[in-house]
Design a binder for this molecule. Structure first.
Ligand code: NAP
Length: 259
């Protein structure tokens, strides 16, 4: 019996096989879940190719979290693939965007509002949008899990994405507060730096990356998405029935150390 046996899970934000979302989809399938994945726009064709590398090829949905029509059509899109009465037991938000040219890598003091607004909408507000879009088909006890990068401090290079992650972490707590009475749990996993496309696009990411392996009590492999994916799946499972509004660190223990 897998940890997610019989559960149906949507993983939003899979582009490449390096995506954290890809690793989540893989572990979830290995643990018995039926998985759907999503991406949007031009990268959708890449996701469709990458989907074939999972143990079971999942349906790929077109879901731009800033597009209200896509959000309004999410429940129908899920039911088209899983059946007319299907529900979801889990939703994974593995989505972020901040313009690396204007917002990251030392651009903090000049970041223009239009780009900051986009980063906040895609990376933080969308946890609310995605959760509410899925809510009509969420099963009792369902879990929502997002991905953050510890926003309690100001990191080198991370700049406005750090602000967006602080907003995401607060959004997580408010969603937990509002949806708890309906039995829906909302949590985040705070991962250490992982070499995904999004991370490599951050100018100065290496600086963050290089601090991690040497300072984490458990060490840190920036090419191994599996520990993060396992934590996401654990939070989606029935083994965290009384946990919501939480942030679980999967960072080799870095957050618990002083500089
Ligand atoms: P990734 O593979 O690039 O995944 C990010 C995903 O977000 C991509 O699939 C991207 O699609 C999607 N996305 C961007 N804008 C979107 C929109 N408007 N609607 C729907 N999807 C959209 O990078 P990742 O590192 O796995 O990131 C996943 C999550 O983990 C993010 O929240 C990230 O901040 C977080 N995280 C990453 C690290 C790290 O070091 N990598 C550490 C901690 C937390 P496109 O590729 O098509 O743009």
């Amino acid at each position: 019996m897998g940890l997610l046996e019989g559960k149906r899970i949507l993983v939003a934000g899979v582009t490449m096989d390096t995506s954290i979302g890809f690793a989540v989809a893989k572990v979830a399938q290995e643990q018995g879940a039926t998985v759907l994945i999503s991406n949007f726009g031009r990268a959708l064709s890449i996701t469709k190719r990458i989907a074939k590398r999972l143990p079971v090829e999942p349906p790929v949905l077109d879901l731009d979290v800033t597009n209200q029509e896509h959000l309004d059509g999410l429940a129908d899109a899920v039911r088209e693939h899983l059946g007319p009465d299907a529900t979801l037991d889990g939703v994974v938000h593995s989505i972020a965007f901040g313009n690396p040219e204007t917002l990251l890598g030392g651009k903090f003091l000049d970041g223009p509002w239009e780009d900051v607004a986009q980063a906040l909408q895609v990376s933080a507000y969308s946890l609310k949008s995605l959760t509410m879009a899925a809510k009509p088909i969420l099963a009792p006890g369902a879990g929502v899990v997002g991905l953050t990068f510890d926003a309690t401090v100001a990191w080198p290079a991370y700049d406005w994405m750090g602000v967006a992650k602080a907003a995401l972490e607060s959004t997580n707590r408010y969603l937990a507060r509002y949806l708890g009475p309906e039995g829906i749990r909302v949590n985040l996993v705070a991962a250490g730096p992982l070499r995904t496309i999004a991370a490599k696009a951050i100018p100065g990411f290496e600086e963050l990356d290089s601090m991690w392996a040497s300072r984490s009590p458990l060490g840190w492999d920036n090419a191994d998405q599996e520990p993060t994916a396992k934590a996401v799946c654990a939070l989606l499972s029935d083994f965290f029935p009384a946990t919501t509004g939480e942030i679980v660190h999967v960072d080799g223990g870095y957050h618990a150390t002083g500089a």
